[in-house]
Design a binder for this molecule. Structure first.
Ligand code: 5GP
Length: 190
């Protein structure tokens, strides 16, 4: 998605070696028009997959997932990263190492909102080493739901996540694929 590549170049900042900061349009402030186009792209790619549920992770996956759900006309569930007072024990869960927080996180989804007859599209903001993605797939497995595909806003293709999902046979569709990141220099796979 050319517009996403352009805004990554104009507004993204590379922190250290491997973290892309995109707080001005995705991870803190949100640009609705850009998010709308992301949702349209995901919906177009996955429109023939009979998606009837979208699963994402709080918080940055929610905005693109909601637009996609609006177009595909299905409900959107977001995995919580911690129990809230309203969460009971009727949950599916899986732990993963958080790339940005550098600690183990538990992803939790209520059993009320994920079912074995569902065809699930997974959506997340970033794909790095695939830890969050693997936890989302594990949660779908626990529910007996089918993973129909994975929509990623920004994929860092030089890290392990893409290969892990490809090896699992999952249809991965990334809106921007970064092949190389080094200080100010960011390159994309077209
Ligand atoms: P993974 O589990 O694939 O290693 O990392 C994916 C998760 O870590 C995403 O859900 C995202 O929140 C976070 N993440 C990974 N890399 C980056 C990055 O370069 N920038 C930002 N902002 N988040 C990232």
């Amino acid at each position: 998605m050319k517009k996403l590549q352009d805004i990554i170049l104009s507004h993204g900042t590379v922190l250290g070696k491997d973290i892309l900061k995109v707080d001005s349009f995705l991870n803190h402030q949100i640009k609705p028009n850009l998010i709308k186009e992301m949702g349209e792209e995901f919906a177009e790619h996955f429109k023939d997959k009979n998606i009837n549920k979208i699963l994402t992770v709080e918080s940055s996956g929610i905005a693109p997932a909601v637009i996609t759900g609006l177009i595909l006309d299905c409900d959107v569930v977001f995995a919580r990263k911690q129990k809230s007072l309203t969460t009971d024990d009727n949950t599916y869960s899986s732990t993963c190492y958080s790339y940005t927080k550098e600690e183990m996180k538990r992803l939790i989804v209520s059993k009320d909102f994920l079912h074995e007859d569902e065809n699930v599209l997974l959506i997340d903001d970033f794909l790095a080493n695939g830890q969050a993605a693997k936890a989302m797939v594990a949660i779908c497995k626990q529910a007996g739901a089918n993973v129909a595909g994975f929509g990623i806003v920004i994929e860092k293709s030089y890290q392990d996540g893409r290969k892990i999902l490809d090896d699992m046979g999952i249809d991965v569709y990334s809106l921007a694929r970064i092949s190389h990141m080094d200080g100010k220099d960011i390159e994309f796979i077209d």
